[in-house]
Structure formats: structure tokens, C-alpha cells
Design a binder for this molecule. Structure first.
Ligand code: SF4
Ligand code: SF4
Length: 317
């Protein structure tokens, strides 16, 4: 008997769906084990087809994207009911991802910016999407746009987390293989990634140097061999789970933390602030303040991917 699977996207960019295809010819091995009954980005499935299924009929659903509107939430709840195993697939479902940065704004400021204020917008009537409207006599309903982005597990019970923006293809394949072989770890675990820090798999040389200057990536060409953090670039490697193969680091770009926090860490960004504090060279408050002024946007630097899952969660406005 083949397994029954589904892949769904909430508030995401589609990169996680593409990453599934990036397992290349191994997709054939997946197809031998599992029929994909639902994958809206790739094939024409109807929500009613899912509604008509028995509860628990799916063996596995990968939900990528955060929960940003009423459609995302409705589908998260529906798929939770219809599947035995629900995986928060990718950084947005896992920890909110980049969409979570919207939590530093309100729904209204976002709508105003996107539909009225951007430099390329021409909208003299100030038209914005409405939840309910009538167009040429026809009633039109759109999903309700929420004020706050949520992670998948803030909305429904999640069985496993497959991190990354996007998850690396081999990791996806390994996780699917674990499902097929019945080798999944205990519920609530992160699958497909390791338990150490990204620094542990990073090839760059660390000399345990203290940081005397903070630089922005756009202003320097870093030494290709040495640790980026020790060169003054804020790299979240010390507080980020390993598993991506140091993708960004190998391209000379500091880690922004898309693989999420280590086991048992409540707030990845706060942990990074603490890690950074321990490697600063200045010891006097005034000098420390001057050094930290080099971090242009601390909120979005330390919680780039994890705002929605952080202790802060959103800006109070
Ligand atoms: S801080 Fe960044 S560059 Fe340095 S070792 Fe860790 S992951 Fe590599
Ligand atoms: S280096 Fe960091 S930000 Fe880049 S893919 Fe890896 S975990 Fe994600």
C-alpha cells in the first residue's frame, strides 16, 4: 500500500515547494512510496477534495509558509484533521520566517504601504483589498488578512519540524525516507537537521578573537578563510542549528539563522545577543554602546527569521 501525502503552502514564497523538486530524480523514489493527493502549487487540486477525505486519511502533510490569513488558518486546521503526521516544513512554518518581520507593523500600515505608498504605485482612489465586496453584481470574498503572523504550531498541533529557508533537498529526502521506513524520532522533534550549532559544520577558521568592530556585509569583502563573526560581521552561526551545509557562509554571507534555534532554546535572537556580549572586546559601557551602534537594525538582525516564534513575537503598537 502506498502512503498518501500532501504539500500545502501558507504565507511563503514557494521556495520550499521548489526545494522538493530539487531532490531531482529521487522524486521518482518518493513517487514509488507515496501518492501526492494534494499540492496546490504544482497541480490542480480542490480544497473540497480534501474536505471530502476521511479524517487521518493522509499519512503525511508538509505545510510550508506561516499563517497570515484566514485561508492559511482554515487549511492548517483542515489538514491537521486529515493527516496522521503534520510537518512544519521550512522556516516560515517552523519559526515564522521572513514573513514574520511583518509583525513589526500593523495590518493597516502594511496595506497602506503596499497599495498606496510605494514609489511605483499609482492608485489615486486608494483601493485596497476588501474581505467582502461586490464586483459587477457578483459577491466576492477574500481571506481575512490578520494583524499578526503566526507559526504553524501557534495554530495547530505539529508533529515534526523540518527547518530551513528552504530546507536543503537532501535533508527533505532524508526526512521522507525516515517517514517511509517508520524511523521517525519522538513527536515534536526537528527532523533532517543535526543537533549541533552551525559553527560546528562551518569550514571557516576560528581563532577565538574578540570583536572590536562591527561591520555590515555590504561594506566589506571578508577574508574567505576566517570566521565571519570574528571579522565583525554578525553571524548567527553560534545559535543556529546545523544542517544547511553552511550555505550562506560558503558564499561569504553571514548566517541569518533560518535553521532556527538549538534544542531547548526559547529565543534564538536573545541567545545571539547573549553570545555576542561574551565576545565583545570593549569592557566599558560607553565603548560597548559605540560598538553596538554599528548594528543598524538589531530587531531584524537578531530575529530575522524567528520574530514570530520569539518572546517578543510582535511589536506592540
Ligand atoms: S560564527 Fe559564522 S562564520 Fe564563524 S564559525 Fe560560526 S558559522 Fe562560521
Ligand atoms: S547559513 Fe544560516 S541563513 Fe544560510 S541557509 Fe544556513 S542556517 Fe540558513
Amino acid at each position: 500500500m502506498k502512503l498518501k501525502g500532501g504539500i500545502y503552502w501558507g504565507a511563503g514564497c514557494g521556495g520550499c515547494d521548489v526545494a522538493v523538486l530539487d531532490i531531482n530524480e529521487k522524486i521518482l523514489a518518493v513517487a514509488e512510496k507515496m501518492d501526492l493527493l494534494f499540492w496546490p502549487i504544482a497541480m490542480d487540486f480542490k480544497y473540497d477534495d480534501v474536505r471530502a477525505m476521511e479524517d487521518g486519511e493522509f499519512d503525511l502533510v508538509l505545510y510550508n509558509g506561516a499563517v497570515r490569513n484566514s485561508e492559511n488558518e482554515e487549511m492548517a486546521k483542515l489538514l491537521r484533521r486529515k493527516t496522521k503526521t503534520l510537518v512544519a516544513f521550512g522556516a516560515c512554518a517552523h519559526i515564522g520566517g521572513l514573513p514574520g518581520l511583518a509583525n513589526y507593523h500593523t495590518k493597516q500600515t502594511l496595506l497602506d504601504r503596499v497599495y498606496k505608498e510605494t514609489e511605483s504605485t499609482v492608485n489615486p482612489e486608494g483601493t485596497v483589498p476588501l474581505e467582502n465586496s461586490t464586483v459587477e453584481g457578483n459577491k466576492l470574498d477574500l481571506p481575512r488578512f490578520y494583524n499578526t503572523i503566526k507559526t504553524l504550531d501557534q495554530v495547530v498541533d505539529v508533529d515534526y519540524y523540518l527547518p530551513g529557508c528552504p530546507p536543503v533537498p537532501q535533508q527533505i529526502y532524508n526526512a521522507l525516507t525516515a517517514v517511509f521506513n517508520g524511523e521517525l524520532p519522538p513527536k515534536g522533534s526537528v527532523i533532517g537537521a543535526g543537533t549541533r550549532t552551525l559553527c560546528d559544520e562551518c569550514p571557516r577558521i576560528r581563532e577565538e578573537k574578540e570583536i572590536s568592530e562591527i561591520k555590515r556585509p555590504l561594506n566589506v569583502i571578508p577574508d574567505p578563510e576566517k570566521c565571519l563573526l570574528e571579522q565583525g560581521l554578525i553571524c548567527l552561526g553560534p545559535v543556529t542549528r546545523e544542517g544547511c551545509g553552511a550555505r550562506c557562509i560558503n558564499s561569504g554571507v553571514p548566517c541569518r539563522g533560518c535553521y532556527g534555534p538549538l534544542e531547548g532554546v526559547r529565543d534564538q535572537g536573545v541567545r545571539m545577543i547573549s553570545a555576542l556580549a561574551s565576545v565583545l572586546e570593549p569592557k566599558e559601557e560607553k565603548e560597548i554602546d559605540e560598538l553596538l551602534d554599528g548594528i543598524v537594525d538589531p530587531l531584524r538582525t537578531f530575529h530575522r527569521f524567528s520574530t514570530a516564534a520569539s518572546i517578543l513575537r510582535r511589536k506592540k503598537i
